[in-house]
Design a protein around this ligand. Structure first.
Ligand code: C2E
Ligand code: CA
Ligand code: CA
Length: 758
């Protein structure tokens, strides 16, 4: 008996010591309180051990002292642990102090027991032929029991309250402690009150310490957690399937059973059912995710995201794995719509420029020996359609064009809307049918309610010779071809050729050098004499010539149209006017009587106030305004005539002579002459058949000359090349003449010599 208990108590001391050390190292907040409680349990157990081993009164007394005082310490630690465990952060101060005082009194009264003997005594007894010392409790001992049992009951009460009052998930947490306390209490009481000769009550308390250690630090209410996790998993929008470490499905949430059509919780069939739906997948592979599409019809297609995860147990073992399947249809459709919007034009549904270019670049990368062509299609006068019929009609037009393009493109074609009213198409040369395209797109009538309009589309075609050319450049070239169509109402399609490319390059080459050419006097005025009916030179026209450092002598036809297109002509003209004024100033000093006429380009009016620029020049060079004649072409005058009439009048008011240049080359009516307050008209011989002026031409010329005389306008014929022409014009009553028959345009010094000669 003595030996067995010695072993049991020693073992308990060892276990409690281990628990103390272990809980001291715990990372949990409760760890320290657990360590304190378990550690305080060690002395009473030692006390119990001493009591059981004592064969003498004195050691047994010492054992009892250690036991009882140790129990006070246990109570103190138990209260502290309980407050922590039950998360009572602000305990009632009075209660706390009362407990402390009761325990201190108990310690003090035990201290006086050796003197008064009021607490307890021991007496020897024989039990199973062994000598033991039994406790004889007295008044002090009763006080001790009341205090300790009171505190113990108090703690029990707290845990009971917590168990009843707590929310469900915490009930188990308190319940386990309540059970542990009850076990310890009953065990303890049984030994104390059963009057057994040997006190073994500390076994109960030590077991309580060990249980506390386990419950407080390691126990997790698993069942509860299971239920919570399962509940949560059922709420998730994904279908979930859990597999054990052998890959057998052990559970699926409600979405999961629904998706796989599992009935009666027969989860084992999940895998085969899912494979039937989604095709093969590998459950043995640890982690993967994949997207699956079910169905092909636009309305009913569904998208799913399958993700497989493994739950590790230790480094080498796994608990199991789970598969989650999410219905991704909505996201996928939104994504597809977003992609579509980014790559398709909202109005016509065709590709946007960027996507069109990307797709073409992609196609061209495939080196499959196919030759391709691009077509650039531009609506003629689309701005006018919008302005006159309104933008909704304009939209209608664009939509119809898109429909026509779609209807005419074969499978290998890529097409889109480049911008505004411009569309682009790309196709293998074999599939390029110019006649069909011209027929479908060249011209057609668009009707929208009561509105109707014939739309013309100009198409430029570029056959791609080299796949390394950028797509934008291909369409640039096709566009250049379009610009060749101009205003021909019969032609809808033009092909890019290298001449066009040269023209573009030439344009760029020339435009970039104009400024420098003026500054370095590469551009100079040539002068062509103008004579009267007696052949006397009365003036000259200033015509520009460019002596280019590398391209040589350039006639105006080579560069004037180029710089007229981009507006740089204004620079050249301003310079030419200045040169003319310089010459006139010089002539004034030399006593020459001749005038100089200068050309004014239609673009000049956009870039400057022509009248004031020229007025300033004549003022600056102090010359007679009548000596500087102003040539404005007939076509310029026809464009916004009222404004031009005002300009001409302003010139005339300041004393300039204004000439209408190139009369007859445009579409002007003779009536216009009456309204235009010009002084001179220059009749362009070019509009008549020059080689042999037939009867018809002669009649026209005659009439023009007659009419100008009648309305008091001087006539000048330019381009007179032969003596016959000259005499004929003289007989018809023409007053002034210009042409190779008299002299070609020439540099100033040559002209001056020429003037001196004749
Ligand atoms: P334009 O103003 O009608 O000038 C008359 C053109 O006819 C000149 O051509 C002249 O050389 C040419 N010409 C004169 N007599 C005859 C002839 O008997 N037979 C033929 N076949 N041609 C003759 P050019 O100098 O080549 O100039 C061409 C056009 O370039 C000019 O036509 C004018 O519109 C424009 N131009 C020339 N220089 C300037 C300039 O400095 N400023 C502006 N804005 N335009 C200019
Ligand atoms: Ca002229
Ligand atoms: Ca002319």
């Amino acid at each position: 008996m003595r030996v067995e208990f010695t072993i049991i108590f020693s073992l308990l001391i060892l276990i409690l010591t281990v628990c103390t050390i272990s809980s001291m190292h715990s990372k949990k907040i409760i760890g320290k309180s657990v360590a304190f409680l378990v550690c305080t349990l060690i002395p009473p157990v030692i006390g119990n051990l001493i009591i059981i081993c004592s064969t003498d009164r004195f050691p047994s007394m010492v054992g009892y002292y250690i036991y009882f005082l140790g129990m006070d310490a246990v109570m103190y630690a138990l209260i502290r642990f309980t407050l922590r465990y039950c998360r009572i952060t602000k305990p009632n101060k009075i209660v706390k102090y009362t407990i402390d005082v009761l325990l201190i009194i108990d310690v003090i009264q035990y201290a006086f027991n050796p003197v008064f003997g009021h607490a307890f005594e021991t007496e020897p007894i024989m039990f199973e032929n062994n000598l033991y010392f039994r406790l004889i409790p007295k008044l002090g001992q009763t006080y001790h029991r009341i205090v300790d049992y009171g505190l113990f009951a108090f703690v029990l009460f707290i845990f009971l309250l917590k168990t009843i009052r707590s929310i469900k998930i915490y009930v188990e947490r308190y319940l386990v402690m309540l059970v542990a306390l009850l076990i310890a209490g009953i065990w303890e009481s049984f030994y104390i009150f059963s009057g057994t000769p040997i006190d073994r009550s500390m076994i109960g308390l030590a077991v309580f310490g060990i249980l506390t250690y386990f419950f407080a630090l390691y126990y997790r209410p698993l069942k509860l957690l299971d239920r919570m996790l399962a509940g949560m998993a059922s709420e998730l929008p994904e279908a979930l399937y859990f597999f054990d470490s052998n890959g057998l499905c052990i559970w699926a949430n409600s979405k999961g059973t629904e998706l796989a059509g599992i009935t009666n919780d027969d989860y084992t069939r999940a895998e085969s059912k899912l494979k039937e739906m989604f095709g093969e997948f590998d459950l043995k592979k640890a982690e993967w995710s994949t997207e699956k599409r079910l169905g092909t019809d636009a309305g009913t297609t569904k998208y799913y995201l399958l993700e497989k995860h493994t739950i590790p147990y230790s480094e080498r073992r796994i608990v199991g794995s789970f598969l989650s399947i999410r219905d991704n249809t909505e996201d996928q459709l939104a994504l597809q719509k977003e992609k579509y919007n980014a790559t398709h034009d909202a109005l016509t549904g065709l590709y946007t420029k960027e996507h069109l270019y990307d797709r073409i670049a992609e196609e061209i990368q495939k080196d499959n020996g196919t030759n391709y062509a691009v077509v650039y299609a531009n609506v003629n006068n689309f701005k006018m359609i919008n302005d006159i019929f309104g933008s909704s009609f304009g939209d209608r037009v664009l939509i119809e064009i898109a429909q026509k393009i779609r209807a005419n493109m074969t499978e290998g074609c890529i097409y889109g809307r480049i911008v505004g009213d411009i569309f682009g198409m790309f196709m293998p040369v074999d599939e390029f049918d110019d006649a069909a395209l011209e027929k479908a797109l060249g011209h057609f009538t668009v009707e929208d309610r009561h509105l109707s309009h014939t739309v013309l589309i100009h198409m430029g075609v570029y056959f791609i010779p080299d796949r390394s050319i950028e797509v934008s450049v291909m369409f640039d070239r096709a566009r250049i071809a379009v610009s060749d169509i101009k205003n021909d109402y019969q032609i809808f399609m033009a092909y890019y050729d290298d001449k066009m490319r040269e023209q573009v390059l030439w344009d760029q080459h020339i435009s970039s050098q104009v400024g420098e050419a003026i500054a370095t006097k590469q551009i100079t005025p040539y002068l062509q004499p103008i004579v009267d009916s007696s052949g006397k030179p009365i003036g000259a026209e200033a015509l520009s010539r460019w002596t280019h450092p590398t391209d040589g002598f350039l006639s105006p036809a080579k560069f004037i149209p180029v710089i007229e297109r981009n507006g740089m002509i204004a620079e050249v003209d301003r310079y030419m006017w200045k040169c003319a004024c310089e010459i006139l100033a010089k002539w004034k000093k030399q006593g020459r009587e001749q005038f100089i006429s200068v050309n004014i380009s239609p673009k000049d009016f956009y870039f400057m106030d022509v009248v004031s620029v020229i007025k300033n020049l004549v003022e600056k060079y102090e010359i007679e305004p009548s000596k500087l004649r102003i040539e404005i072409t007939e076509t310029v005058m026809m464009d916004d005539p009222e404004n031009k009439i005002a300009i001409i009048n302003e010139f005339k008011k300041s004393g300039f002579v204004v000439e209408m240049d190139d009369f007859g080359s445009g579409y002007s009516s003779l009536n216009m002459l009456q309204d235009m307050p010009v002084d001179v008209i220059k009749i362009d011989m070019g509009f008549l058949n020059k080689s042999e002026l037939d009867e018809r031409g002669q009649t026209i010329l005659h009439n023009i000359l007659n009419m100008t005389r009648d309305i008091g306008i001087t006539s000048l014929t330019e381009g007179v090349e032969t003596a016959e022409q000259y005499s004929m014009l003289l007989s018809m009553g023409c007053r002034l003449f210009q042409g190779y028959h008299f002299a070609k345009p020439m540099p100033l010094n040559e002209l001056e010599e020429w003037l001196d000669r004749v």
